[in-house]
Design a protein around this ligand. Sequence first.
Ligand code: SF4
Ligand code: SF4
Length: 229
Amino acid sequence: MINSEQGFQFLAAGGLNLAAVLDCAALPAELRAMMTAVPLERYQRLVLLGHGGRRLWEVLQESEQAASDPVDTYSRNLAQQFARDYLGDPETYWLYPNTPHLVPLQRLGALAGWSHPSPLGLGISPEFGVWFAYRAAFLVAANVPLHHAIPQPSPCDRCADKPCISTCPVGAVQMGAFDVSGCWAYRTQPQSPCADRCHARMACPYFPEHRYSLPQIQYHYGGSLRWAA
Ligand code: SF4
Ligand code: SF4
């Protein structure tokens, strides 16, 4: 039996407080073109899960996860439990995390009404600002009721000063074109102040109540350098 609304509450209690159910057959052509290696035609729905704010990190601290990648392992386990207990245990096909697929998460997030582009190269959420992330995506062979957020304007549209741009020490944060290689080159210098945090992201004034704790920021930024090493 499918009870996705109750399932969303289960997910939110576990820290995955962003959830969307999209119609595979109605995905825009440009998005389908980015996912040609994925058997979209065999599944009815694409489920996208994320976290906003600090709840997921707090739950993880309480649960003392032992895995080397505790956020991904925890998220995938919770998502699998959601599919089994609240979506009628349908056939699933995993897209993210820990698969070889390159999934256009930001495009899917925009389609779900979660985010808009920002100068930081990250999406920005009308509910959580820059303090959210994608945690799981999978296909299900079941007619789960569609679910997405009601689109709202971007916080960037009303942000006159745009401190993210002026705060970045190397000018990597720009309107329309985040300089990935410039940022990376600076972050990987010895004793870089950006090794375990992004000062530009932290300068965003919207939704400070959802800003990650410093250990959470350090986990994600330090992790990206560790995995690239
Ligand atoms: S500081 Fe302003 S322009 Fe930059 S991400 Fe935040 S809201 Fe958008
Ligand atoms: S990590 Fe540092 S260099 Fe990269 S965008 Fe943020 S402030 Fe700029």
